[in-house]
Design a binder for this molecule. Structure first.
Ligand code: HEM
Length: 72
C-alpha cells in the first residue's frame, strides 16, 4: 500500500493532534487509512485514543534511542 507510518513512541509526532481529532481520525479514517466506522463503539474508540497516546509516555523514543546506543 506504500504507507508512511509515524513513530508513536515519539510524543512530538502526535503533539499536533488533539484527542478529539484523533477520535475522528480513528472513526472516520484519513487518507489511505480506513476508519473503524460503526463497528467500534465510541467508548472503545476513546480507549484507542488513550492507547495510542500511552506509547509516548515514560520517554518512549528517548528510551528506544538509549537502548540502541552502545553501552559505555
Ligand atoms: C484501530 C487501528 C488504528 C488506529 C488506532 C490508528 C491510528 C492512527 C492515528 C492516531 C493516526 C494519525 C497520526 C499518524 O499519522 O501516525 C493515523 C494515521 C494513519 N494511519 Fe492509522 N490507525 C489504525 C489503523 C490503520 C490501518 C489498518 C492502516 C492501514 C491501512 C492505517 C494507516 C494510516 C495512515 C496511512 C495514516 C496517515 C494518514 C495521513 O496523514 O494521510 N491505520 N492512524
Amino acid at each position: 500500500m506504500n504507507l508512511t507510518l509515524k513513530n508513536w513512541l515519539d510524543a512530538g509526532v502526535l503533539a499536533g493532534i488533539s484527542d478529539g481529532d484523533m477520535f475522528d481520525l480513528i472513526v472516520k479514517g484519513k487518507g489511505k487509512m480506513v476508519g473503524e466506522g460503526d463497528r467500534l463503539p465510541p467508548e472503545k474508540a476513546w480507549n484507542m485514543v488513550h492507547y495510542v497516546r500511552s506509547f509516548a509516555k515514560g520517554g518512549g523514543a528517548e528510551k528506544e534511542a538509549a537502548a540502541a546506543a552502545p553501552k559505555s
